[in-house]
Design a protein around this ligand. Structure first.
Ligand code: TRP
Length: 338
């Protein structure tokens, strides 16, 4: 049977700001590995989105885009099963973004809650956001609808962007005729990893991450630096695993042994130093095959280029067909005299 034609399509992406870390691993990568077996998946490095905030350091954005693409391959996203590509290599994203801007009012864009958060994080005064930053979710809508994706795996914080995407699809369909499906957000069970400093979110910009490309030694150092229960000073003091960052990592990466560790820590039978050594070993075991694949991939730049070209081309062929239809419906492009 033609199984391929009934597979639903998925699109999701990562801003090209920094490389991927363990937080991405538990929060999205594990899920994407599963999804690629069941769906027609498009995984995109969003370098244009990164430029909305990092336009003063384009070189950083490019380096980050490269390293995220290598991360995709290293963790086992399969370029023959999924379409792996870089957003700016498919210029149709920018074109559809421009056209979608006609369909969104300024006040609607200003009401998207992530904008306020971004302004706060970046210490930008209200009214001084660039148009690019204001348009961020509209660009995201273009990313999604360009491929007529059915499902968009994202975190809770992105739901407002998917809602806007649905509105844009509806409005476009109403004005110019049925063209886009209304995609749905696909929320995975919340598995958020704290940063090594105990902050509730691991993030490169907060400097509390362990990157997927970290060396063994780096992993050991970072685990050593993790914040534990401040009341557990000596090895045999009874600990409180619920406030301990190391324990949060055990729950994410060492599920089977977590109940044992919890009891041993509470009873004062497990000290923080030994506990951290165990965790570092577990993380290194997880990262070892990823490191091996990364070394292989980086050892063959010609192949790497070919894989990227392949993904970009596949994405572009879908995107260009959508754009032909969009241009026709919006009556732009070659008017074909006679
Ligand atoms: N905005 C998303 C984030 O910050 C990244 C992203 C860009 C995205 N384009 C997308 C996610 C399209 C899903 C679909 O994480």
């Amino acid at each position: 049977m033609e199984e391929k034609t009934v597979k639903k399509r998925i699109l999701t992406g990562d801003r090209a700001s920094g490389n991927l870390h363990l937080g991405h691993y538990v929060g999205s990568i594990v899920n994407r590995l599963k999804l690629q077996e069941m769906y027609d998946c498009y995984y995109m490095v969003a370098d244009l989105h990164a430029l909305t905030t990092h336009y003063e350091s384009p070189e950083e954005v490019r380096e980050s885009a490269k390293s995220i693409f290598v991360d995709y391959l290293s963790v086992g996203l399969d370029p023959y099963k999924s379409t792996l590509f870089i957003q700016s290599c498919v210029p149709e994203h920018s074109e559809l973004y421009l056209l979608f801007q006609m369909l969104v009012t300024i006040s609607r864009a200003e009401r998207i809650p992530t904008l306020k958060d971004k302004l706060e994080d970046l210490h930008i005064e209200e009214g001084l956001a660039s148009l690019g930053l204001l348009g961020y979710p509209v660009l995201q809508a273009a990313d999604i609808l360009l491929y007529r994706a059915d499902l968009v795996p994202v975190g809770e914080d992105q739901v407002s962007h998917i809602e806007l995407t649905r509105e844009i699809a509806r409005r476009f369909n109403y004005l110019y005729g049925q063209t886009f499906p209304e995609p749905e957000a696909m929320l995975s069970e919340v598995s958020r990893l704290p940063g090594i400093n105990g902050n509730k979110k691991m993030s490169k910009s907060l400097g509390n991450d362990i990157s997927l490309s970290a060396s063994k030694e780096e992993v050991r150092e970072k685990v050593k630096a993790m914040v534990t229960d401040p009341e557990k000073i000596r090895k045999d003091d009874p600990g409180h695993p619920d406030v301990c960052t190391v324990f949060a990592f055990h729950k994410a990466f060492n599920k089977e042994n977590a109940p044992y560790i919890e009891t041993a820590c509470k009873n004062g039978r497990l000290g923080c130093v030994a506990d951290k050594e165990d965790l570092a070993a577990i993380l290194n075991e997880l990262l070892d095959p990823i490191r091996e694949r990364r070394a292989q991939i980086l050892g063959n730049p010609k192949n790497l280029r070919e894989l990227l070209d392949m993904g970009n081309q596949k994405a572009r062929s879908v995107a260009s067909r959508t754009m032909e239809e969009v241009r026709e419906k919006m009556r732009i492009g070659n008017p074909r005299f006679g």
